[in-house]
Design a protein around this ligand. Structure first.
Ligand SMILES: [Zn+2]
Length: 371
């Protein structure tokens, strides 16, 4: 199949409906409106219908040999998950939410994909899809056991909201009980004083929360637990703390690789116990690194405020208005900040940007002891 650029696709679509293998989010980069059909069959049905023909360019996202004589088929390798996406996040926010897994859908997705003797959820505090993509060495993971997908933080990209969206209400732990995972264990090595949030995240965990200092302790304690028919939730530090206060330039790559290596170790640990399992890993939000971006002041003269969002409703350009549990928030888009950043503030989050608002959602399977 011929591979074309987004620009070539734009031109071809002016001439004919097409079957295109691509990430539909790339269509957000086209200024023109495009009508999308998930299946080629639906596109052909629309073309053959006696109704008025679609007036905008039309695309089917699957290749179907039955219609190869009617519709040209191409592949477009454009990658929408780059910092370029910042130009389209707000204007095409509905499109993003339509075609990218949203954080608030995660509890449902976990329940749908849960299979095996044991389910594990690893919650990382601060890890962007971008940092994961550039440093995690995904290629070293056996593709048949792993899926990596971007996930959109559909709200304010702060810890409390993100974490709560991921565990859901009622919590994943409680929802999995219905699926037969009746016992649940918590592990936390999260240096946070916010005990209320920690309690909320571990609500419904039946066997208590183990406070640990490192992942090695998790690996040491896990094999001693009766994991068959169990759910394990692990909350760990990511890059959030590093972003807020850190003397030296943070080593993003090392942190990401460590998280990835730990995931692989956990997979082996469960396999050695001869358990089958599904492990999920995701983060509450990403980080917009100030040393990698040219951030601009949105307004002058305020300090001690969250750099990337306002509580309440605000009008103005470049603001995304969202609600969380009945409260209004106004979220800044890229590349604005409300105040000057301190010299030890390496990154920010809370706003709407590719870097903050896209995190990874990893699904890893444990199927045998041959890892
Ligand atoms: Zn966080």
């Amino acid at each position: 199949m011929q591979s074309i650029s987004l620009e070539q696709l734009r031109n071809l679509l002016q001439q004919t409906p097409m079957m295109v293998q691509m990430h539909p989010l790339s269509l957000a980069f086209l200024t023109d409106e495009v009508q999308v059909f998930a299946a080629a069959e639906e596109l052909v049905a629309a073309l053959d219908a006696p109704d008025p023909q679609p007036e905008v360019p039309t695309v089917a996202l699957t290749f179907d040999e039955r219609f190869a004589h009617r519709l040209p088929s191409v592949r477009c390798d454009h990658d929408p998950f780059t910092t370029e996406l910042n130009r389209f996040l707000l204007p095409k926010i509905d499109w993003v939410q339509r075609w990218v897994l949203c954080q608030s859908q995660i509890p449902k997705v976990i329940c749908q994909r849960a299979s095996g003797d044991c389910i594990v959820l690893i919650l990382v505090d601060g890890l962007s899809f971008y940092d994961w993509k550039r440093f995690a060495r995904e290629s070293e993971a056996p593709p048949e056991l792993f899926t990596f997908e971007p996930c959109f933080v559909d709200g304010v990209s702060i810890t409390e909201h993100g974490m709560r969206r991921i565990v859901g209400e009622p919590t994943v732990a409680l929802q999995l009980t219905e699926l037969g995972y009746r016992r649940s264990f918590g592990f936390s090595y999260w240096e946070r004083t916010d005990n209320e949030l920690t309690d909320r995240l571990f609500a419904g965990i039946t066997e208590g929360v183990h406070r640990v200092k490192s992942f090695d302790e998790v690996l040491e304690q896990l094999p001693k637990l009766p994991l068959d028919g169990s759910f394990v939730q692990i909350v760990r530090q990511g890059l959030d703390q590093v972003g807020h206060r850190y003397r030296d330039r943070p080593n993003i790559a090392a942190t990401v690789r460590q998280i990835f290596d730990e995931l692989r170790q956990l997979q082996r640990c469960l396999a050695e116990k001869e358990l089958t399992a599904t492990i999920f890993l995701t983060a509450d939000h990403g980080i917009l690194w100030s040393h990698e971006h040219d951030l601009k002041l949105y307004e002058a003269g305020v300090s001690h405020v969250p750099p990337r969002y306002y509580e309440g409703l605000r009008s103005g350009e470049g603001i995304w208005r969202v609600q969380f549990e009945g409260n209004d928030f106004s979220v800044l888009t890229y590349p604005f900040v409300r105040r000057k950043l301190r010299s030890d503030e390496w990154g920010v989050h809370g706003g709407l940007s590719f870097e903050e608002s896209l995190v990874s959602f990893v699904t890893a399977q444990v199927t045998s002891s041959e890892l």
